[in-house]
Design a protein around this ligand. Structure first.
Ligand code: 13P
Length: 248
């Protein structure tokens, strides 16, 4: 399984930052892992041009559950695909929290994304209070149950990202044993749900992945890549993470 280094720029970046994508490609023209950047929608077109015929793939950060219609300000999976995106993140904890997105809505978005021909990156993760209450695996189970399509047999097009909410943007990470426990649990859950193809589905860890901790996290079983926020904004940091992943 080829690993995936995915960067989520969130609501950061104007055209001035397109140079970071150029610098990333210059430094890593043939990375040892798949390389994806998910910039804000305004930069997708520009970044797709930079990434043309290169190893860099471009994705969106969210899409609407409907294919089109009267939804002012929203973006559809079809539009992302048309702009040159290959992936889309759905169910990020910031969307679940800021926009009250339910798992049922996330599932609808994932299905629309898959139908449009995009790879769906479905995010799950517990809050700090849930972890402290010993509810982590129960929360992950519920989110997987509600957020994933009922059936899916193409391991290439469905990616799960485990992002503990309390580890996002905080510089804090679970222990490697805790990452291993949750990723094993996600793998087992996916296999029960989808059967053998789930052995080939990529499970990303996200939450304060940095050049300094990437190699350790990538050595954990069932970690098939990373979803990186802050450290994906700078080509040098993201490049170091790409390099660490390429060695696994
Ligand atoms: P940070 O890497 O900034 O903690 O963000 C993780 C994340 O939310 C990626 O989607």
């Amino acid at each position: 399984m080829r690993k995936l280094a995915a960067g989520n720029w969130k609501m950061n970046g104007t055209s001035a930052e397109l140079g970071e994508a150029r610098a990333l490609l210059t430094a890593h023209p043939t990375p040892g892992c798949d390389m994806l950047l998910c910039p804000p929608a305004t930069l997708i077109g520009g970044m797709v041009q930079i990434a043309e015929r290169s190893a860099l793939m471009i994705g969106g950060q969210d899409c609407h559950a409907a294919q089109n219609g009267a939804h002012t300000g929203d973006i559809s999976a079809l539009m992302l695909k048309d702009a040159g995106a290959s992936h889309v993140i759905v169910g990020h904890s910031e969307r679940r929290a800021d926009h009250g997105e339910s798992s049922a809505l996330v599932r609808a978005k994932a299905i629309t994304a898959l139908t449009a021909g995009l790879v769906a990156i479905v995010c799950v993760g517990e809050t700090e209070a849930q972890r402290n209450a010993g509810e982590t695996l129960a929360v992950i189970a519920m989110q997987l149950e509600g957020s994933l399509p009922l059936a899916h047999d193409n391991p290439e097009s469905l990616v799960i990202a485990y992002e503990p909410v309390w580890a996002i943007g905080t510089g804090r990470t679970p222990t490697l044993a805790e990452v291993a426990e949750v990723h094993r649990f996600i793998r087992d859950t996916l296999i029960r749900r989808f059967g053998d193809p789930a052995r080939q589905m990529r499970l990303l860890y996200g939450g304060s992945v940095k050049p300094g901790n990437a190699a350790d996290i990538f050595a954990v079983p069932n970690v098939d890549g990373a979803l990186v926020g802050g450290a994906s904004l700078k080509a040098s940091d993201f490049g170091a993470i790409v390099a660490a992943l390429g060695h696994h």
